[in-house]
Design a protein around this ligand. Sequence first.
Ligand code: CU
Length: 291
Amino acid sequence: MSESGQVSWPEGQPLWTFDWRLADAPDEEGIVISRAAYRGHQVFAKASLPSLRVQYDGDACGPYKDPLNYDNSHPTRHCPGRRVCVYSYSGGGQRALSVDSYHTIGAYRLTHRWVFWSNGVVMPRLFSAGLQCRFDHRHHAYWRFDFDIDGPPRDLLLEYNSYGGDEGWGRGWHPFRRETRRVKNAPSRRAWATVDMDSGRGYYLLPGPNDGKADAFSTGDLWLLRYHAAEDRHGRQGSAAGDGLDAYVNGEDVYGQDLVVWYCGHLFHRVSGGGDEWHAIGPDLVPVGPW
Ligand SMILES: [Cu+2]
């Protein structure tokens, strides 16, 4: 089964337009956002959460790959009778449109949410509570952002480091020419941005404060890949044992190409916090340039 819809928000003078869909295997990748545009300029061809891996200390349980699908989603009080809840609210002088779904997997409770703000900011989020196994563990959430800023071609990914020089994209910003896997580096305030070379429009990708960092089990924070349809494996990407993303990093040119950016948030869940505590991870996507 699946549930899907189209958004044009706010009504009358839309800032955001996109399609959404929550489906079962093999398309179990949480709520999938597609054909998203802000102020009439394309942002994503597709954005989704194809993989959610869990590792326990000492492998006391698992590891697991938890699917986010229609089958394990449930209606909430907010939206009776529906699995995907679409609603708007205001905060900090901005309006927001939220699209979310609530899932249970064993004792886990999970909310997958996309928030689209009127100022162009996008907040992908995963909220987690519940204890399946009474050992400290880490949830690794892999978001896949198939950016098509102003259309598929001519995009590039920049990385900011406070120690970087000026290479023509602002002090500290370095453009990647080849596919790569990257890890966070808080001391240099490392962040990323995907930019269309012609329009100058783009999106910063700013790691969230609770997003942790890569470890031996989940070895990356960001992957920059050239788009290939065959590399979109939907909910079948990777397994409990491995995310399978390094296999796509094979030296392809990514400078001014059609790009896919994967971002992983690493959520440390201490058993001592109990099962009712909710944890949240996810980056902020912030528009840059003349939107
Ligand atoms: Cu947990």
